[in-house]
Design a protein around this ligand. Structure first.
Ligand SMILES: Cc1cc2nc3c(=O)[nH]c(=O)nc-3n(C[C@H](O)[C@H](O)[C@H](O)COP(=O)(O)OP(=O)(O)OC[C@H]3O[C@@H](n4cnc5c(N)ncnc54)[C@H](O)[C@@H]3O)c2cc1C
Length: 556
């Protein structure tokens, strides 16, 4: 349908409409405004900042200025090899062109490496973001391809010199835009991408708080930074590889861009991937957005077992890769044996590490903690809890051998703890396991229990006396990272791989260059802000487009 006489009554207009107000969108807006473009931010939620505000604020930036200042080389080819090895491990070939990856995917990683450090130096130079590196944590894969396992993560620097989290990251970027009077329309949900007679993107149809539709014109381009689809149940069921139970993304991450982009023939990718983590299952019962995921389960006399009472993973492994263990499929039994996992710990851990999430603080109770005086009693209590939630989770039954399996598991684990060598899953053998342990397992002040008695800080034999505790864990995501495919300029491609004129994207709403991986802490924000920057720069250099013959939605 075409508007009367081809003319559209625009409610507002700017050179560039930036949709969303998280890290990707804010980075795009800063770049575009600095280039002299006028920008309007269009935000669906009642507040700005998106999931970026909830984040820890780490940003993964290869070859960053701190590495260089410390004389550490983060060689381009080595870094790209590492990224390729992690993003597409099944295609990786050390000596093949593009390391065996499809060329377009490789080019996206290349553009990330080439522009990441420059993006953050730009933000620093224009006064939009200050960064520091006083907190360093190792990358998530320690294989031989990673030549710089420590030092790629940077943080926002607060005015007092300390490092800040996502709140501070968003505050600094947004303040810069506020100082330049860039409007941010809250409770404005982009619904339809509008194109002119030549198929160029020239604006948006947007639902305002009262579901009133307004049309906003973009003279040059529209940039999407609208987050993932973790709160869209149908998309999660259809695109993700196995059941996902929780997300700590903001509730507005509903995949709106996916729907709009399909209407303009965008190519889609990476829908089966996400930034993964484990969630406390009982947190997911009454809230769509869980407060937290489990970065690393705290404690040393602690294991995670499946419905057979067997360990299935290095419990201290990074959250993204550890969570994928939930997806295992048992073809003979036609079941997901790890659909739910059970974090089991003893009375020592309950007290010594009290307050480290998800362990309740000393003296406090958490309704999701299950207790039993013996492995058999704990087994019965877990089953009773599963039965209580059967209406929501389906019939989940522990195997009849669970209690015996758990006893065997604990006695094997006690032997590993005594020697410091986990013969099953190498827990504690990785730098990541040990470094994160010091952040996620902080001994409670005043506890009578001791640490440092066992050879590995990550393992300790279980107490022979109860009570024992269990927490039910499920698979979750920070947010998804699949959507329309971009090119190295952050332009959205159509199904013939041709850029859709005037349409850009960055962050969790697009098909992530990271593929199935999480290269290191801050990977999601590093990518979002770098590609946001590229989108802002390239959008600002577009020519002004005609708004004649705009194709309006039928209802319009
Ligand atoms: C607890 C936690 C800690 C984390 N820590 C880190 C970390 O340290 N480092 C890291 O790299 N990542 C971290 N992450 C992940 C990171 O927060 C996200 O991947 C990142 O913030 C995504 O940024 P974004 O700009 O793509 O999306 P978001 O920040 O989610 O912003 C998207 C915005 O778009 C808006 N929107 C959606 N649809 C529409 C629409 N139709 N119209 C208008 N607006 C719309 C949303 O309301 C939202 O405000 C963490 C996540 C969580 C939950």
């Amino acid at each position: 349908a075409t508007g009367p006489g081809g003319a559209v009554a625009w409610a507002q207009e700017a050179d560039i409409l930036v949709v969303g107000s998280g890290a990707a969108a804010l980075s795009a807006a800063v770049a575009a405004v600095n280039e002299g473009a006028s920008v309007i931010l269009v935000e669906k939620g009642p507040v700005h900042g998106g999931t970026s505000t909830k984040s820890e604020g780490g940003m993964w930036v290869p070859n960053n200025r701190f590495l260089r200042a410390n004389g550490k080389s983060d060689d381009r080819e080595d870094a790209l090899r590492y990224m390729a090895r992690c993003a597409r491990p099944h295609m990786y070939r050390r000596d093949a062109p593009f390391f065996g990856m499809p060329e377009p995917e490789y080019r996206l990683m290349e553009a990330f490496y080439d522009n990441a450090s420059g993006t953050f130096e730009f933000l620093e130079k224009v006064g939009a973001l200050r960064t520091t590196q006083i907190l360093q944590l190792p990358d998530y894969y320690e294989g031989p391809e990673n030549k710089v396992p420590l030092g790629r993560q940077i943080m926002t620097q607060k005015p007092d010199g300390d490092y800040g989290l996502g709140v501070e990251l968003v505050r600094q970027l947004k303040s810069w835009l506020d100082d330049r009077k860039v409007p941010c329309l809250l409770k404005h949900r982009a619904r339809t991408i509008l194109r002119n007679g030549q198929g160029e993107v020239v604006g948006l149809e947007v639902a305002t708080s009262g579901d009133r539709m307004v049309r906003l014109r973009a003279r040059k381009a529209v940039i999407f930074g609208t987050g993932g689809f973790a709160h869209n149940k149908a998309m999660m069921r259809n695109f993700q590889p196995a059941p996902i139970y929780g997300t700590c993304s903001v509730p507005t991450s509903e995949g709106d861009f996916l729907i709009m982009a399909q209407a303009v023939d965008a190519k889609l990718g990476n829908l089966n991937n996400a930034w993964r983590m484990q969630v406390v299952m009982e947190h997911t019962l009454d809230q769509p957005s869980v407060p937290k995921g489990i970065w690393q389960p705290p404690g040393d006399s602690m294991v995670i077992v499946n419905k057979y009472g067997a360990r299935v993973v290095n419990e201290k492994h990074n959250y993204h890769d550890r969570s994928k263990v939930h997806f295992a499929w048992d073809a003979n039994r036609e079941e997901y044996p790890n659909q739910f996992l059970f974090m089991i710990y003893d009375r020592r851990v309950a007290d010594l590490f009290a307050g480290n999430f998800p362990l309740p603080a000393a003296g406090a109770a958490a309704s999701y903690v299950i207790q039993g005086d013996s492995p058999a009693a704990l087994t019965a209590a877990i089953q009773a809890r599963l039965d209580r939630h059967a209406g929501t989770w389906g019939d989940v039954r522990l195997d009849r051998g669970f209690a015996a399996g758990l006893v065997d598991t604990l006695s094997a684990f006690d032997r590993y703890a005594a020697t410091g060598v986990d013969a099953q899953f190498s827990r504690g053998a990785f730098q990541w396991d040990r470094d994160w342990q010091s952040y996620t397992s902080i001994p409670r002040e005043g506890t009578a229990w001791k640490t440092g008695e066992a050879p590995s800080a990550t393992m300790h034999p279980f107490q022979s006396e109860g009570p024992y505790h269990a927490i039910i864990l499920g698979s979750g995501v920070l947010d998804t990272n699949g959507g329309p495919v971009i090119n190295p300029k952050a332009q959205i491609l159509d199904t013939s791989d041709v850029p859709i004129p005037g349409l850009y994207g960055a962050g969790n709403c697009i098909s992530s260059p990271a593929g199935q991986s999480y290269w290191g802490g801050g990977c999601t924000l590093g990518l979002a802000m770098t590609y946001g920057h590229l989108a802002g720069m390239n959008a600002a250099s577009e020519r002004v487009k005609s708004d004649a013959d705009v194709q309006l939605p039928i209802a319009g």
